[in-house]
Design a protein around this ligand. Structure first.
Ligand code: SAM
Length: 287
């Protein structure tokens, strides 16, 4: 784990930047409620959003004169979208090695980032290092019926081409480390046409679909259309902002880094050549 950031390339969202907001945006008025709540939460603090993407949650904050926000992302195309929204202090960088000084920011934020990074404790350690007060995330707790994304994932797994997220979702973070503060932002129940949800899945808008081979993808989409195109997808969304003191995040990240390095050492000892570092080493090329 310690050196992994030098080996695994980051997961850039360049390929979906032009349709990211259309496929992930929250419905109104919840989207505006989140933007308002975050603007109040961060206020005039010097704040950092890591994996800022298009900056979809930051619209209200960026419209305020007192806003002092820096956004970091690996994807130039996502950063361009954020710039078009009014974010001006943007830095292209990997979350596993942030180019900022210790405790340089009052507050920091990440949302829908940690599940993309196998070395997520390293990201939290970096966030903890550069933050003096608190780290927050926006929890989008969603229940859909029928859950077509879940159905897609299940079918991909059954075909042997499913891919689990490499990291830990921010949604799961409060289960591992109790949040110091949770602010309820709002709830909304709404319906979408099944056909529209399947169109989003057909366009491979979501990260866990990117490596599904075309024949399997086409089969899964055809089957979803056959079963659910005429259905209504009922969704319930409950949005909260969870926050932790920066020192709690630092301590937790250190514990998780130590745990990962112990697990790696045990793995390497048990079967030489099977540590995750070894697995990432390129195979010798064929003669
Ligand atoms: C799912 S999007 C979330 C964007 C935004 N936080 C939101 O909630 O809409 C994840 C973002 O993290 C970026 N990303 C992925 N791995 C990263 C890394 N190691 N360092 C920095 N950014 C990363 C991607 O390019 C993408 O813009």
């Amino acid at each position: 784990m310690a050196d992994a950031h030098r080996r695994t390339p980051p997961i850039s969202f360049d390929r979906v930047a032009d349709r990211y907001d259309a496929t992930r945006g929250l419905p109104s008025p919840l989207a505006e409620q989140v933007q308002e709540a975050l603007a109040n939460h961060l206020g005039s603090s010097l704040s950092l959003e890591v994996g800022v993407g298009t900056g979809r949650h930051l619209l209200r904050l960026l419209a305020r004169r007192e806003a002092r926000l820096v956004g970091v992302d690996v994807s130039p195309a996502m950063l361009r979208q954020a710039r078009a929204r009014g974010a001006s202090r943007l830095v292209r960088s990997d979350a596993r090695m942030l180019p900022f000084r210790d405790r340089g920011f009052d507050q920091s934020l990440s949302t829908h980032l940690l599940h993309l990074v196998e070395e997520w404790p390293r990201v939290l350690a970096e966030i903890g290092r550069v933050t003096s007060q608190a780290y927050s995330t926006v929890l989008e707790l969603e229940e859909a019926e029928p859950d077509l994304s879940q159905e897609y994932r299940r079918r991909a797994r059954d075909e042997g081409v499913g891919r689990e997220a490499p990291g830990l979702s921010e949604r799961k973070l409060p289960e591992r480390l109790s949040a110091d503060q949770v602010v309820r932002v709002g709830e909304l129940a709404y319906e979408r046409e099944g056909a529209q949800v399947i169109d989003d899945l057909a366009s491979r808008a979501f990260r866990d679909q990117w490596e599904v081979p075309a024949p399997a993808h086409d089969r899964i989409i055809a089957e979803l259309r056959r079963q659910h195109a005429g259905a209504k997808v009922r969704t319930h969304l409950d949005v909260r902002i969870a926050s932790w003191r920066a020192d709690s995040i630092r301590q937790f990240a250190e514990q998780e880094l130590a745990r990962a390095s112990r697990a790696n050492a045990v793995e390497a000892k048990a079967v030489p050549g099977t540590s995750s570092a070894d697995r990432r080493r390129p195979l010798p090329s064929a003669p």
